[in-house]
Ligand binder design. Sequence first.
Ligand code: S3P
Length: 428
Amino acid sequence: MEIAITPVRALRGDLQVPGDKSISHRAVMLGALAEGETEIENFLPGEDCLSTIQVVKSLGVEVHIEKDRVVVRGGGLNALQEPENVLDAGNSGTTMRLMAGILSGCPFFSVLTGDASLRRRPMQRVIKPLSAMGARITSRGGNAYAPMAITGGALCSTTYRSPVASAQVKSAVLLAGLFADGTTTVIEPARSRDHTERMLSYFGARIQVKDKQVSVWGRPKLQGCKVVVPGDISSAVFLLVACAVVPGADLTVRNVGINPTRSGALEVLKEMGANIIIFNERQVSGEPVADIRIRGSRLKGTTINRAIIPYLIDELPALAVAAALAEGETVVRDAAELRYKETDRITTVVKLLSQMGADIIEQEDGFIIRGGRALQGTECESFGDHRLAMAAAVAGLHARGITKIKSAECVNISFPAFFNTLNLLSVQ
Ligand code: S3P
């Protein structure tokens, strides 16, 4: 599907974005491991989370889905059954890595695979610690890439010092730790998003968090419960950036997750001069949630590096667009992890914005953007990466002429109604 974006004069609206992708995945997985019924409200019915539902169904778990309401009937930690066929995680790294942790604890054989993009992403980062806990895992490329064959069961608890700040690695080890006697601890170089810890504790597991160290006590009795998923800040940020750069724009996004390990982009946008107000702060199912109002202004460049990077890693394509439209220089450093996402997002962001006329230079671990050059509409590739397609669309709203985005259907991964939502907001 090719989408054409025409420039907007202004953006105005008051809306909600779909449920958080990371939290939707975890709610289904923990629901599958818990005893009794888990009811998930505002579930994200995007392709990635549907892959997770398909995988847990193949393991014998009953799941009912009706739009954004999902009911999972789990039978406890020992109730999963050997799947009859290969498990397909599609485009979803979260499905593959977190399920690898769960399957490592299950005493049967399973194979996890995914689409071409996911089969290029590094899996050694989970295979190594899960094998050290006792899982038998073999995979393509000398235990580097999916497909991954797992024979699980009889795990030992561990203390794992992860070389990367990755929530997927941390979560894989913690989920495997549920099946082991004793306490499993993960220590990270910088804190990654903490939804797994929060939700494990919400379902009744014993969790301890000390700075960059998280421990889970093995063999808990997880209890099915109701989870209300907040709106996804990673989706909201595309709309916030679209408005941030247009004086006169005015947008309120309600019911957005503002977990501090996810909301780094709000800090950066504020630092760039965006006019953002966060209000109605509340707690929902163990996660902080708020409404966010943004009014357009002129932005200035900034530096984005170090410990904040994991708190905004998925927002860097959107922030790069903001930087291209801001005055002055923006430097993104310490973000080499971007190279291991759905695409190598350092290369693809640089390609996209250069093609649109921005002054952007690729670095090993980020990019440098000298903002303020007028962007030019062009025909661009999404490379099948949902966040790149959305970044192209936001840039296109503020470019001269028409921007055409190829393979734009990939937005269905995380924000199926994205283009309709942009239409609703746009004042031509
Ligand atoms: C995710 C963690 C992040 C993020 C991804 C979703 C998760 O990856 O980029 O989109 O749900 O745990 P890391 O594992 O690199 O932190």
